[in-house]
Ligand binder design. Sequence first.
Ligand code: ATP
Ligand code: MG
Length: 244
Amino acid sequence: MTDNEALSAKALSLISHKLRTPLSIINGYSEAVLSQAEKESFSPFTTKALEEINKQGSRMSLLVDKLMAFNQVITADSKNLEKQPVALKELIKECASKVIAQDEGVLPAQPVKGVKRGTFVEIDCSAQLTLLANADMLRLAVAELLENAIKFNNKMEKIIKVQVANHGDSISISVRDYGVGIRPQDVSQIFEPFYQVDDYFTGQVSGWGLGLPMVQRILNLHKGTISVVSDRGLGSIFTLSFPL
Ligand SMILES: Nc1ncnc2c1ncn2[C@@H]1O[C@H](COP(=O)(O)OP(=O)(O)OP(=O)(O)O)[C@@H](O)[C@H]1O
Ligand SMILES: [Mg+2]
């Protein structure tokens, strides 16, 4: 890393750390006050305003977390990467619960009446399967693919299928969604930092456009690869492949 790159990485890390404290205060207080709404008979306007403050605060916290994670992964050194055997089914389950909870935290407060809503992650993975990897990074990579599978999907009921396979010389983890899909001309660009497909189909997108570049870097650090097959309107399959 050059001196300038090291300085940018340090600045990014410092900015993220400094934003974390005020954000956790905003989120903590808005939640605490909201929990009093019924008892204190707040007006609908006050409750709505508090809910919006809390929702946007939570979104901003997720943005800061992503920035920090990206920075950590980009500056990590492949020679000093700590690896341990990771039980894959457990790790995927853990990521799915976290990502679903996160998504529910930023959904509109009032569900649409009579519409079935929910995210269902089906995991096809043998319980014994382990992979020698950096557990924190693997968690970041799987959570990112799940997060995208939920985010780029306009359906009320979202089905995501995760399939893990042992091919003898490699292990693959694929995440399939039935969301908006990606046009061929965009596929080659989605691994570029800050690139986001933003058009009439997806509308305005939250996030930085840093998730997939981060996943790609995690795979590079493990000498693995990431690939994608996608059909606009039908969905996408992202596959991570780790050599054994
Ligand atoms: N599962 C998916 N289905 C459809 N489009 C996707 C999917 N995953 C990624 N994309 C497209 O690729 C772009 C880049 O993805 P990436 O994860 O890097 O960024 P992001 O999710 O927009 O922001 P961030 O990850 O920083 O929160 C997305 O903005 C979206 O347009
Ligand atoms: Mg993303």
